[in-house]
Write a protein that binds this ligand. Structure first.
Ligand code: MTE
Ligand code: MO
Length: 178
C-alpha cells in the first residue's frame, strides 16, 4: 500500500513523542530525552501486505519494552493506537507492540531514517505487516478497548499476521484498493 501522500518534514529538534491514555506514567519525549534512553540494534525482515518483503534490515533505536517499562500500561490497557505526523493512525495490540524485536527506530542501515522512510522516528514491528509500523511517529495512545486505525477502518485486519496472510477484516472486507 502507498503512503497517505504526505511526507512530513520534522527536524529532530522539533520532534516530540507523547505517550498517553491508560498508563501509570504519561511521558513526553523530545529528541534528547529519546536519545538518552538505552539504545538497541535489531536485524529483521519486513513484509508489506502487497506482498513485497525486504530481508535483513538493520534498525537502531529504543526497544518498545524499555518504553513500556517507563510508561507502565495500566491493567487492561491491551490496545494501542499509533498517531503519526502525517495524520496516519494504526492500531496494534500491546502483546504485539511488546515483541522482543519491536523498536522505535531512528536509524536504518547505519544512517538516520530519511524523511521518506519515517524519520525522525518510526515504529518497527517485524512480525506484523508493515502497515502497522508507523512512520513519523508522534503519539502512542494506550486503551482498554481496540480502535481501528486508517487501513483497519478501510477493511484491513486488526492484527495483520503475515504468516497466515491475515490481510483483510472478515467483518469489514477491504475493497480491492491496492
Ligand atoms: N505514518 C505513516 N506510517 C506508515 C504509512 C503511512 O502512510 N503513514 N504507510 C505504511 C505502509 S502501508 C508501509 S508498507 C510502510 C512503508 O514503509 P517504507 O516507506 O519505509 O517502505 O509504512 C507504513 N507506515
Ligand atoms: Mo504497505
Amino acid at each position: 500500500m502507498l503512503d497517505l501522500g504526505r511526507q512530513p518534514a520534522i527536524p529532530r529538534e522539533k520532534w516530540e513523542l507523547r505517550v498517553f491514555g491508560a498508563v501509570e506514567q504519561p511521558i513526553t519525549l523530545d529528541w534528547s530525552a529519546f536519545a538518552a534512553m538505552p539504545q538497541r540494534r535489531e536485524v529483521s525482515d519486513i513484509h508489506c501486505v502487497t506482498t513485497w518483503s525486504r530481508y535483513d534490515n538493520r534498525w537502531d533505536g529504543v526497544s518498545t519494552r524499555d518504553l513500556l517499562d517507563a510508561c507502565r500500561p495500566k491493567a487492561g490497557a491491551d490496545f494501542i493506537v499509533l498517531h503519526s505526523y502525517d495524520g496516519y493512525t494504526t492500531n496494534i495490540e500491546l502483546r504485539d507492540f511488546a515483541a522482543e524485536n519491536a523498536m522505535l527506530a531512528h536509524s536504518w542501515e547505519d544512517a538516520p531514517l530519511t524523511e521518506e522512510h519515517g524519520g525522525p522516528v518510526r515504529l518497527v514491528v517485524p512480525h506484523l505487516y508493515f502497515w502497522k509500523s508507523s512512520k513519523w511517529l508522534h503519539r502512542i495512545e494506550f486503551r482498554t478497548e481496540a480502535r481501528a486505525g486508517y487501513w483497519e477502518v478501510n477493511g484491513y485486519a486488526m492484527r495483520g499476521d503475515p504468516w497466515i496472510e491475515e490481510r483483510y477484516s472478515e467483518v469489514n472486507p477491504a475493497s480491492d484498493r491496492l
